[in-house]
Design a protein around this ligand. Structure first.
Ligand SMILES: [Zn+2]
Length: 187
C-alpha cells in the first residue's frame, strides 16, 4: 500500500476474505463432528450466512475506495455497508425461514454495487471481476442442488474458492501492483 486508503482497503478486504473462509471452515468442522449442541451449530450457521454479506461488501470495497467514481456512484462506498448490515439483521431474524428470499438478497447485494462501473473512467480488471462473479453464480447452481448432485456442496465451495482467487488476483494486479500507480485516483 502506498497511501492510507490503500492500507484501509487492504485490511477490509483481507479481513472479509479471511473471516469468510474461517467461519465457513469452523461451521463445517463442527457440523461434521456432530458432537456439539445444535444451538452452537445453529449460531455458527447463522454467523456463516452473515459473513457472506460482509464478504461481498469487502470484495467491492477496494474497487470502490481506490477507483475514481462519478458523484452519484461514489455513494456506493457506504451503501454497500448499509446493505451488509441490513442483510445481517435479516439473517438474525429470519435465518433459513425464506430460503429463496435469502438467495435473492445475496444476488442483489452481489450485482447492485456493480452499477458503479458505468461511471468508472478506468475499467481495467473488469473481465476478472465478471469472471469471479460468474464463478460465484455458477457455484450457486450447485449450492441449490444439495441431494440431487453428488458432492454438490463441496463443488459449491470449489467455485467460491475460484471466484475469490480471481478477485484477489484482480485486486492485486489492477489496484495494488506498482505499474498501475498512475491510473490511481489522486486523493
Ligand atoms: Zn458450506
Amino acid at each position: 500500500s502506498d497511501d492510507q486508503w490503500e492500507t484501509i482497503s487492504a485490511w477490509i478486504y483481507g479481513f472479509g476474505l479471511s473471516s469468510l473462509f474461517i467461519v465457513s471452515t469452523v461451521f463445517h468442522t463442527i457440523s461434521w463432528k456432530k458432537r456439539h449442541l445444535r444451538t452452537v451449530e445453529h449460531c455458527l450457521h447463522m454467523f456463516d450466512r452473515m459473513v457472506i454479506y460482509f464478504f461481498i461488501a469487502a470484495s467491492y470495497a477496494p474497487w470502490l475506495n481506490l477507483r475514481e467514481l462519478g458523484p452519484w456512484a461514489s455513494h456506493m462506498r457506504w451503501i454497500i455497508w448499509i446493505m451488509a448490515s441490513v442483510g445481517t439483521v435479516y439473517v438474525f431474524f429470519f435465518h433459513e425461514r425464506y430460503k429463496l428470499v435469502e438467495l435473492v438478497c445475496y444476488v442483489i447485494m452481489g450485482f447492485f454495487p456493480a452499477v458503479v462501473i458505468l461511471s468508472m473512467p478506468n475499467r481495467d480488471g473488469l473481465p476478472e471481476l465478471v469472471a469471479g462473479g460468474l464463478s460465484y453464480c455458477l457455484g450457486m447452481v450447485f449450492f441449490k442442488s444439495d441431494g440431487r448432485i453428488p458432492f454438490a456442496h463441496a463443488i459449491w465451495h470449489l467455485f467460491v474458492a475460484i471466484g475469490a482467487g480471481i478477485h484477489y488476483y484482480a485486486i492485486w494486479r489492477y489496484l495494488y501492483r506498482p505499474s498501475t500507480l498512475e491510473a490511481k485516483k489522486p486523493r
